[in-house]
Ligand binder design. Structure first.
Ligand SMILES: Cc1ncc(COP(=O)(O)O)c(C=O)c1O
Ligand SMILES: N[C@H](C=O)CCC(=O)O
Length: 417
């Protein structure tokens, strides 16, 4: 039972968990026994409709047969070679085919490693030390980006983590999201190696870029010899095969990917212009390496996932599900609120009337959100336990699942005061 496991976990792990957001489920986290399609099945035999989907990777839902088949086939052939394998060539070709900025790729094992490496490439390539990031954007859990970070860093009150050397802090410039004026002022100094941005902020809830924000960043970075990095760990292959850069028609110099490209197995990738990517060892002098880089299991799961996405049906289904849910949630809530949706992911904010940046998101009534989360969980729907995460849909969220969810959302949200 979940309660027994939680009692043991508290003695084994800091805060009882291995990634802090998971401790947000109250009074204690449920433990998952299995996942199938749109559902999680808990150790207490509760069946939950899942809108967390592993925090985004599972766009095909849990345990998709095509991914199972690909991974099983690969396991039979061995799973770690310490040499290149054809799976990495195939997945890189798919990424280069669909992601407009991608001419070369380096596979790593998490979004964190991807952004850490992309920032290092930008410093090596430009010979500059500073980077610009945006308040509330979350780029993983390494030193350069745990300053004004969203996601669990904000949820647990440490947007600025302890343990970051002040020398590192002095190289990070922060601007509000959607604020081009601040970015322009910072870039004018001519000492910024790269601007890293979530093209849709998905780690303070969901916050879309304002019209012209991404294009403005593209123009400013070009003008000032700064690289533009799109962190597409969430949006890559979610907003369509070409991710946010195709969706918004703005092409960065470097892109970081993760989540969906590994089909739910650990992965990260940096891709971008040939000349910039060639800064990496062994062709260049910016170091990156990894025992598990391009491991054949993650590669195979990623290939199987992208192959499923190629027909476009998954995008039609996920957008329909997210649109219907977001619209019905919007209608059901009777207090001031905002529902921010971009294509197939969204979040709702209570007690506020606009959310355009992290400061706006922090004003939302989080205690009401948490109450909604708890009541939904009791009724069989799992949404993120934190205001500062996103609800995702998968191809398994069909009309029946969406309609069942809507009636549950309605009965919870209509009563919130
Ligand atoms: C936009 C973004 N970048 C980077 C990361 C870090 O990825 P990972 O958790 O795989 O290290 C995440 C999520 O965690 C993310 O949402
Ligand atoms: N917001 C994070 C990534 O997108 C959630 C994952 C985690 O913190 O465990």
């Amino acid at each position: 039972m979940s309660h027994d496991l939680w009692e043991q976990a508290k003695t084994l792990f800091a805060g009882g968990v291995n990634s802090p957001v998971r401790a947000g489920v109250k009074p204690f986290p449920f433990y998952t026994k299995s996942g199938k399609g749109p559902y999680l099945i808990t150790e207490d035999s509760q069946r939950l409709i899942d809108y967390v989907l592993g925090y985004g990777p599972l766009i095909l839902g849990h345990a998709h047969p095509k991914v199972i088949e690909a991974v099983k086939e690969q396991i039979d052939e061995g799973w770690l070679y310490g040499t290149p394998s054809k799976t990495e060539v195939e997945l890189a070709k798919l990424i280069i085919k669909y992601v407009p900025s991608a001419e070369k790729v380096r596979f790593v094992n998490s979004g964190t490693e991807a952004t850490m490496t992309a920032l290092r490439i930008s410093r090596g390539y430009t010979g500059r030390d500073k980077i610009l990031k945006f308040d509330g954007n979350y780029h993983g859990a390494h030193d350069y980006v745990l300053i004004d970070a969203g996601s669990a860093a904000t949820e647990f009150g440490v947007p600025f983590s302890q343990g970051i050397p002040k020398e590192v802090v002095s190289t990070v410039v922060i601007c509000p999201y959607n604020d081009l004026e601040c970015s322009e002022k910072a870039l004018r100094r001519g000492d910024i190696a790269s601007v890293i941005v979530e093209p849709v902020m998905g780690n303070m809830g969901v916050i879309p870029p304002k019209d012209g924000f991404l294009k403005g960043l593209r123009e400013l970075t070009k003008e000032h010899g700064t690289l533009l990095i799109f962190d597409e760990v969430i949006t890559g292959f979610r907003l369509g095969l070409g991710g946010a850069q195709s969706y918004f028609k703005v092409i960065p110099d470097l892109t970081t990917l993760g989540k969906i490209i590994g089909g739910g197995f650990p992965i990260g990738a940096i891709c971008g212009k040939r000349e910039v990517m060639d800064s990496l060892t062994p062709s260049g002098r910016v170091f990156n390496a990894g025992t598990f880089n391009a491991n054949p299991i993650s590669m195979s799961a990623g290939i199987a996932t992208i192959r499923e996405l190629e027909s476009g049906n998954v995008y039609v289904k996920t957008e329909k599900a997210a649109t219907e849910l977001a619209e019905e949630i919007d209608k059901a809530i009777r207090i001031p609120h905002v529902v921010n949706r971009v294509y197939n992911f969204f979040q709702f904010f209570l007690g506020v009337d606009r959310v355009e940046n992290a400061a706006d998101a922090r004003k939302a009534k989080r205690e009401l959100y948490v109450r909604a989360h708890e009541k939904l969980l009791k009724s069989g729907v799992f949404i993120p336990p934190s205001q500062f995460e996103a609800l995702f849909t998968s191809s398994e969220h069909n009309d029946d699942i969406v309609n069942e969810s809507i009636s549950k959302f309605k009965s919870v949200l209509e009563d919130l005061v």
